[in-house]
Ligand binder design. Structure first.
Ligand code: SF4
Length: 220
């Protein structure tokens, strides 16, 4: 009966359930449990669960969409090209990456094959719903001063599908899941800018948004 209540959807022989999260205040225990999660079909084609990294009580929690190709192979969040640009922006904003908690709304890499390449696929609302209990547990245990949503998927995981990063970026917001939230773009969007000038402009705005989050965390 309990299993039935936790089921989200079934399609093409696949099933989506709410992730089964242990009652614990230990990040190590959560990470170990998430390593065996099979609540949605994404684990089948991914190398491993990429759980969040950082410590309890971090002033900032950075929330991305899902691990990419490099993250899937290494088991660590934000270590690929987007991670490199994130590191540079954090440093420029005066934020020590080692002092923040970094995670994703979905913990397994969703991709499709194109030739020999694994191309990123956006997680569906079913994927996000199945994985949400892990994010809720991370927020409950880490209790960050400010949650920074990197990109639309992360922001919509917190505020719902009607949220628009373009309208709300860089503002200090409130949500039921985290008392203080700042939304900004995903660092991978900076890599997709068409020319150097827009890359520079978007990068500067991104750093500015990170500074808003840092200032808010200090004002606690
Ligand atoms: S994506 Fe999330 S819910 Fe789906 S199997 Fe991985 S950890 Fe579990």
């Amino acid at each position: 009966m309990k299993e039935r209540a936790r089921k989200i959807a079934t399609s093409n022989g696949n099933e989506w359930r709410l992730a089964d999260v242990p009652e614990t205040s230990s990040l190590t225990t959560l990470r170990a449990a998430a390593a065996h999660c099979t609540a949605c079909p994404l684990y089948k084609n991914a190398t491993q669960t990429v759980f969040g990294e950082g410590r309890k009580g971090a002033a900032l929690m950075l929330l991305g969409e899902q691990p990419g190709d490099r993250e899937d192979l290494s088991g660590k969040p934000f270590v690929g090209p987007a991670g490199n640009i994130l590191n540079r922006a954090l440093e420029e904003a005066g934020i020590d990456r080692n002092a923040v908690y970094v995670t994703n709304a979905v913990k397994h890499f969703k991709w499709e094959a194109r030739g020999k390449r694994r191309i990123h696929q956006k997680p569906s609302s079913r994927d996000l719903a199945a994985c949400r209990p892990w994010l809720e547990a991370e927020l409950r245990v880490v209790r960050p001063g400010v949650l920074v949503c990197l990109g639309a998927t992360a922001a919509q995981a917190i505020f719902g599908s009607g949220f628009r990063v373009t309208r709300e970026r860089g503002k200090l917001l409130r949500s039921q899941l985290a008392p203080r939230v700042v939304a900004t773009v995903h660092p991978s969007s900076l890599l997709r800018q068409p020319d150097e000038e827009s890359r520079r402009r978007e990068y500067a705005l991104f750093v500015e948004d990170l500074r808003v989050a840092l200032d808010a965390s200090r004002a606690e």
